[in-house]
Write a protein that binds this ligand. Structure first.
Ligand code: EPU
Length: 420
């Protein structure tokens, strides 16, 4: 087990480049299963979730060749099973995205139940309804989901009762090889979905409407080889932005796409933050006074739930009362107990509604990383806090942030990784 040790209380400085987006890379990797021809991916983040999905692709017969850091060739011509390994699936909720390409190409898929996670209930009912609407038969036995469509999937009109990112992406991928036209209604609009659709279209798919709430996919017989560059990780941009602001620092964040974080940037401007936005970079300046904020997480283009915990650390440093409402996940605010132990003054009114009485100094403590985003929030809090913070369970952070200790050291953070 590894831990991060942070000596906090100082500013960050210089510039930091953003990695490829986890939530694009995972879907692009799954897309490699749609075609027997190879796919080349670049700007892939070297993170644990990506490694788990690569293992899963290899486990079912795919070949993974690493050309250099961040560049992989995936060849799924010899995939011999569409039963997903029961040891790996529970480690990664995103394994569910593999079901769409596998069901479409191999006409059946077996998925051990991916389970819930620390941020709340994560059902797969929408996937089941979507596949059934596309003609698949479904059975659930001994904790395993079985889907089959012996004659292939067919086009349909499917309306999402809840907006879901991965389900939009998964059904969109499945529909590329279905017979006829599929219309997905009330779809998620995240930039990663647009990037995935654009990539699939370069392979010969016929997708229109990605990025809106209605996506139309005209099924094709096969998809060809493809090259996919992973887009910058917008949640990593937010994590660095809030780190710089929480420590009243001057930091340049490069290799990012500010157009994908317009709502969070607007909130910071409303608060009075001084930020210069360039085409592919953002510069943050130290501040003397910021206004507290009221933030509600929403589907894109609203404020992203994944940015909620790092923002809350910043709100602990802004004098006055801020409010955070988490509307996407039921259990994504419980990390506030850890911030309170470090000196924050946060009150939970309901599991999805907190108020932050900001402007309190933080003190270093021993904490755990409850999940990926709360984990990075602990890192930011550790950098803000006076004294030493020790963070356990950092696999959660490594799941989504590439070499975070090494990269943070390059901007002046005193952070080390220790085996315990
Ligand atoms: N939902 C259902 N039924 C389903 C699927 C989802 O009720 O069949 C519900 C969920 O329980 C949740 C809501 O729909 O309340 C929205 O969840 P969504 O399906 O959109 O989440 P996801 O697609 O599983 C992705 C990201 C998450 C991010 C959410 C919301 C990936 C791999 N994961 O998850 O990322 O929080 O969208 O934007 O793309 C993270 O990176 O830390 C992370 C958790």
């Amino acid at each position: 087990m590894e831990k991060f040790i942070i000596q906090g209380g100082n500013k960050v400085k210089g510039s930091i480049a953003v990695s490829g987006a986890k939530n694009h890379a995972l879907k692009a990797l799954a897309a490699s299963l749609l075609s027997p021809q190879p796919m080349t991916l670049t700007n892939v983040p070297e993170i644990e979730d990506v490694f788990r999905l690569l293992e899963m692709i290899q486990e079912i017969g795919g070949k993974v060749t690493k050309k250099r850091r961040g560049t992989y060739i995936i060849d799924t011509r010899n995939v011999h099973t569409s039963s997903l390994p029961k040891e790996l699936v529970p480690k990664l909720r995103a394994s569910v995205v593999m079901t769409g390409p596998l069901l479409a190409r191999f006409k059946k898929v077996v998925l051990p139940h991916p389970g819930g996670c620390a941020i709340g209930r994560r059902p797969i009912d929408l996937f089941i309804s979507g596949y059934k609407a596309m003609g698949a038969k479904y059975r659930f036995r001994n904790g395993v989901h079985y889907f089959s469509a012996p004659n292939g999937l067919h086009g349909t009109r499917f309306v999402f009762s809840t907006i879901s990112v991965t389900c939009t992406e998964t059904l969109m991928m499945a529909a590329t090889l279905a017979k006829g036209t599929t219309t997905l209604v009330n779809t998620a609009r995240e930039p990663e979905i647009v990037a995935l659709a654009e990539y699939l279209n370069t392979q010969g798919a016929k997708i229109t409407g990605a990025g809106t709430s209605e996506i139309t996919i005209q099924g094709v017989k096969e998809l060809s080889a493809g090259n996919c560059e992973i887009i910058p990780d917008r949640i990593e941009v937010l994590s660095f932005l809030y780190l710089a602001l929480s420590t009243k620092s001057h930091l340049k964040i490069t290799k990012c796409d500010p157009c994908t974080i317009e709502t969070p940037l607007q909130l910071l401007k409303d608060s009075g933050a001084k930020i210069a936005i360039q085409k592919k970079s953002i510069t943050v300046y130290p501040w003397k006074k910021l206004k507290p904020l009221k933030v509600t997480t929403r589907e894109y283009p609203g404020f992203p739930t994944d940015g909620q915990s790092p923002l809350t650390v910043l709100l602990t440093q802004i004098p006055g009362e801020s409010i955070v409402e988490e509307t996407i996940y039921s259990d994504r605010l419980f990390y506030i107990d850890l911030l309170n132990r470090m000196g924050a003054d946060i009150t939970m009114h309901t599991p999805q509604h907190i108020t932050i009485n900001g402007g309190t100094p933080l003190r270093g403590k021993d904490v755990e990383s409850p999940d990926l985003r709360a984990g990075i929030a602990m890192v930011i809090a550790g950098v803000v806090a006076k004294g030493k913070t020790q963070i356990g369970n950092i696999y959660q952070i490594d799941r989504g942030y590439e070499s975070i200790d090494h990269r943070l050291r390059s901007i002046g953070v005193r952070i080390t990784r220790k085996r315990s």
